[in-house]
Structures are given as structure tokens and as C-alpha cells.
Design a protein around this ligand. Structure first.
Ligand code: NAD
Ligand code: UFG
Length: 336
């Protein structure tokens, strides 16, 4: 298939482009490089022997978007592009609503104009908010979302469902990711956060590499097995493969799938697994809970296994090994 990948030079997008090219598909990326590097396409070529086309512009520029659709004939679109920092979204809510919603609307309009029926959208477990765990696709969504970023995901999901319901020829898939971590085993692509990482795994690996002094573990009095918060960590290569499985699945209307492992791992368990698996000490301190964090959540991942024939294969040990391989080979990310 000929696939347009928005945000394809980003963390999850780049791993998905690798899986697309490795699977014999072709990929065209649109990315404004606001949170990624142009070097990613060379790294993708080193892994796959093929280079994806890259168009550098903002997805909100509907005219440029239409030009790309006019030139190329896409079979499907995978839509990763957007702003994703939870904390920043509470500081700059307008930027989040404008960028994430506007670019999704432009994309859907141009897809409609050019008759492209298939869309896969990156949503997040964050839409489940305060629903009981494990989160299943039938759980209530939209209650207790604690930040504007999460609200944009919830709102875009609704837009997608409404557009999908208006035309029986459309095939839309909403994928709700749990916590994506890890890197490609080659060590050539991985997560490259700008500035001080907000998320656990990049922070932890930067402490291990000596770039940061100590990891603060936010909260040690949760009702979990060791008091630290628990999440469902999913290796980014498993996650990327989930997109290929979704692409191959034929259905009408809009389907929603959780992409997670179905297993819950605490912060302390992850830190210990990292130290044991890599031999790198991770210095940490117990700190106050982080505002807006939930104690624990994980996926009910049965629907994706049943309908997409997809499940995670990689372990927490693989996650730690591949994260460290990426971090130690690229201590400063793509600018190393
Ligand atoms: P990322 O920031 O690495 O990738 C997003 C890419 O989109 C970047 O390359 C960025 O430059 C580009 N981009 C942003 N705004 C754009 C715009 N207006 N026009 C064109 N390009 C633009 O993030 P990621 O971790 O790869 O996440 C991909 C998607 O998955 C996002 O939609 C994110 O919200 C979603 N998601 C991520 C996580 C996670 O923890 N990483 C969890 C759940 C959902
Ligand atoms: N944590 C620490 N120290 C840190 C960073 C994080 O203890 O330096 C803790 C957090 O408090 C939380 C856990 O590690 O308990 C995981 O935190 P992350 O920031 O890595 O991930 P979140 O679960 O908060 O959220 C991530 C993405 C969201 C996405 C969600 C989907 O950041 O965009 O996963 O499940 F919506």
C-alpha cells in the first residue's frame, strides 16, 4: 500500500515507517520537524534499505496538504502528527487545541476531497481518565481527563467517529496507546525528547548515562505492590506492528483498539529491571506524587488480539535493553 504518515519522523511514526517499508509498503511522511529531526529518514534507510519521501510543512497548511494528495495516490493515512506533552498542554492549551484539532480537520477534509477511505489515528489511554481498570474499549471515556492534551485526543476521536458514521465507504481505526517505550533494536532510531524529559523511560535512561543526576520517583504511597505508580509499558516496535495489523484489517465505519500489553509494571519495577538488564545503576529518590497522575492503569488488550491478530511480543527486559542501546549509542539523540 502507499501510505501517508503524518508525524512520521517522530518517535512512534519513525518506527512505524520502518515496519511499513520492511513489509513492502511505500511511505510518504509529512512533518514540520517541530519535535523531530530530518536525520531520521537516513536512519530509516540504514535499517530498511529504503528511504521514505519527506515533506516538511505544518499539517495545518491545507493548501500544501492538498498539493501532496494531488501528486500522490494514497491508499491510507496514519496520523501521528500533533503536540503531545501533557504538562505543556496545561500551560499552552490554545496551542494544543489549535494544532491537534485543526490539523486533524484539515487532514480529514483533504482525505474526503481525494476519496481516501482509510485512516489510522494515534489516540491514547488518557481518554479513559478515571474509568475502572483494566481499561477496555467498552469502558466509559471522557470522564476525568486531567489535561488539554487528553481532551484533544478525546475530541478528535469524536470527530473521527462522526465523519466515519456519515459515509459507509470509510474505514477508520482509532488506536489507544498505553505507555510507548523502548527503541528499535538497531539503536538507530529511538525517542529523542527535547530538553528535560517529562516521561519516565527517557529520564531514567539519561540518569543511567550520566546526563542527569537522579530520577525522582513521583509517589511512593499509591496502593500498588510497592507504592509506586503502575503503567502498561509497550515496546515501540510492538506498537508500530500494531499499526500494520490495523492497516490490514478490513472493516467498515470506525473501530477502536487498545494497544497495550495487558500487564502492569510499577516505576520501581521498571527501574530495577533496567539496572539488572543493563548493568547500569540508576540513582533515584522518592518524591511527592505528580499532579494529575493516576495510581495505576493497564489495557484489556483482548480485542486487538482477537480482531487484529496482534499482541505484544517484547518483554520489559527487551524494553530496557533496547532503550539502553539507543541511549548509549546516541547520548544526545539525533544531534549526537
Ligand atoms: P513525537 O512528538 O515524537 O511525534 C509527533 C511528530 O509530529 C513530530 O515529528 C512532530 O515534529 C510532528 N508534528 C507535530 N505537530 C505537527 C504539525 N502541526 N504538522 C506536522 N507535523 C507535526 O510523538 P510520538 O511519541 O511519536 O507520538 C505520536 C502520536 O502518538 C501523537 O499523536 C501522540 O499524541 C500519540 N501518543 C503518544 C504517546 C506517547 O507516550 N509517546 C502515547 C499516546 C499517544
Ligand atoms: N514518573 C516518575 N519520574 C519521572 C517521570 C515519570 O516517577 O521522572 C512516573 C510518573 O509519575 C508516572 C509514571 O512514571 O507514575 C509514568 O509516567 P510517564 O510520564 O512516563 O507517562 P504517563 O503515564 O504519565 O503518560 C504517558 C504519556 C501520555 C499518554 C499516556 C498513555 O506521556 O501522553 O502515557 O498511557 F497519554
Amino acid at each position: 500500500m502507499n501510505v501517508l504518515v503524518t508525524g512520521g519522523t517522530g518517535y512512534i511514526g519513525s518506527h512505524t515507517v520502518v515496519e511499513l517499508l520492511a513489509g513492502g509498503h511505500t511511505a510518504t511522511i509529512i512533518d514540520n520537524l517541530s519535535n523531530s529531526s530530518e536525520l531520521v529518514v537516513d536512519r530509516i534507510e540504514q535499517i530498511t534499505g529504503k528511504q521514505p519521501n519527506l515533506h516538511i510543512f505544518d499539517l495545518q497548511d491545507k493548501n500544501k496538504l492538498a498539493e501532496v494528495f494531488k501528486k500522490e495516490s494514497f491508499d491510507a493515512v496514519i496520523h501521528f502528527a500533533g503536540l503531545k506533552a501533557v504538562g505543556e498542554s496545561t500551560q499552552k492549551p490554545l496551542a494544543y487545541y489549535r494544532t491537534n484539532i485543526d490539523s486533524s480537520l484539515s487532514l480529514l477534509e483533504v482525505m474526503e476531497e481525494y476519496g481516501i477511505p482509510t485512516l489510522i489515528f494515534s489516540s491514547s489511554a488518557t481518554v479513559y481518565g478515571s474509568a475502572p481498570i483494566p481499561y477496555s474499549e467498552t469502558s466509559v471515556v471522557g470522564q476525568g481527563i486531567t489535561n488539554p492534551y487528553g481532551q484533544t485526543k478525546y475530541m478528535i476521536e469524536q470527530i473521527i467517529r462522526d465523519v466515519g458514521a456519515a459515509n459507509a465507504a470509510l474505514q477508520f481505526t482509532i488506536l489507544r496507546y498505553f505507555n510507548p517505550v523502548g527503541a528499535h533494536p538497531s539503536g538507530l532510531i529511538g525517542e529523542d525528547p527535547k530538553g528535560i524529559p517529562n516521561n519516565l523511560m527517557p529520564y531514567l535512561s539519561q540518569v543511567a548515562s550520566g546526563k542527569r543526576k537522579v530520577l525522582s520517583i513521583y509517589g511512593s504511597d499509591y496502593k500498588t505492590i510497592d507504592g509506586t505508580a503502575a503503567r502498561d509499558y509497550i515496546h515501540v516496535v510492538d506498537l508500530a506492528k500494531g499499526h500494520i495489523a490495523a492497516l490490514m484489517n478490513k472493516h467498515t465505519g470506525t473501530e477502536t483498539y487498545n494497544l497495550g500489553s495487558g500487564k502492569s509494571t510499577t516505576v520501581l519495577e521498571l527501574v530495577n529491571a533496567f539496572s539488572e538488564g543493563t548493568g547500569q545503576a540508576v540513582s533515584y529518590e522518592l518524591a511527592e506524587r505528580r499532579a494529575g497522575d493516576l495510581p495505576e492503569y493497564y489495557a484489556d488488550a483482548k480485542k486487538a488480539e482477537k480482531e487484529l491478530d496482534w499482541k505484544t511480543n517484547k518483554t520489559i527486559a527487551d524494553i530496557c535493553k533496547d532503550t539502553w542501546n539507543w541511549q548509549s549509542r546516541n547520548p544526545n539523540g539525533y544531534s549526537s
